[in-house]
Design a binder for this molecule. Sequence first.
Ligand SMILES: *Cc1c(COP(=O)(O)O)cnc(C)c1O
Length: 397
Amino acid sequence: MADEKKDEAHGPDTWLTTLGRDAEASHGFVNPPVYRGSTVLHRSVRTLDEAVPDRFDTPIYGRYGTPTHFALQHAIAQLEGGHRSIAIASGKAAVLCALIAFLEAGDHLLMVDSAYAPTRRLCTGLLARFGVETTFYDPLIGSRIEGLIRSETKLVFVESPGSLTFEVQDVPAIAGAAHRAGAVVVMDNTWATPLFFKPFAYGVDVSVQAATKYIVGHSDAMLGLVTASEASYPAVTRGADALGAPAGPDDCYLALRGLRTLGVRLRRQQETGLILARWLKARPEVERVMHPALPEDPGHTIWKRDFTGASGLFGAILRPASEEAVAAMLDGLELFGRGYSWGGYESLAIPTHPEHARSANPWAAQGPCLRFHAGLEDPDDLIRDLEKGFERLNRTS
Ligand SMILES: *Cc1c(COP(=O)(O)O)cnc(C)c1O
């Protein structure tokens, strides 16, 4: 591809508009086409055989990807700062791909306690059934993770900030301890996207994106991406091969299209997210806002050291209120939708239950937890919507 070499001369927004494009190969059209297909016809048996070793990066069979996949994969690998990337059918399948790439029966896995709940269930369910033992660790453990590493520990999984509760992890300290013990470090980098956190610069070996969220960016496709360092790439290809769940080419196209506006969307969502977070913090109904870009947040120092921005997803803990009052607040919101996923252009608000998803430390907060996603609407309209929501909360409790 035209973008193969590292482009050190340009800034991140230039990268977002140029990576994964090769107009010459697309008859001059700006965007790569959608290749749909299973069989790839080869001129000879020899050229078919020769393509096999690099099958996730050259056309050989649809399950290993098409030039549409390769365009997206090249763009993401460069943005993350890794060697190669593989597009998988969903973010959850991408997490599974990264785990099965390295783990086998008898191995031990260290999983962050604030992981995305379905990731947690993969550990307690599928991996346990296949003989992999998981220890969940405190997201704020830092270099003290050394004390949990055993000779069978093969993989340390980080997700920063944590799902629902937004703790920021000391990724370089954790990666240092893991590497000294010969374990690989896998990170779920969905919240920051490669625009706001560069995993490979902080010691991560494999980075997972639920591209369903910000990269696709319009709530219209499911997609995962697994990006590997050069040393980890062979294992990741084995994981992807075993899984056999490639992303669809149309979804890769949507992700490439989303990538072009990722910078403008994320910066606007960061700004709106912070406006909402500060406004919420000042409300008497709110106990604490969980947003690492707020200076008083416990994760702020590390966030500022390692990240170049914040996306639009954050949490809030309310003062104790009944479930009915919270439902009245959220059900009546007109601009914030009630629904899973996030990263699209539309705002969302849902109740969350971190108390059900913890085992390293019990969840101490008494009041209900909410998760907000800032979309691209006018921030003043969003605030008026929330203001009326608090009126309903107060009327109901
Ligand atoms: C949504 C999400 C996933 C899973 O992605 P899907 O595409 O929904 O399977 C994984 N990790 C995080 C942090 C997520 O938010």
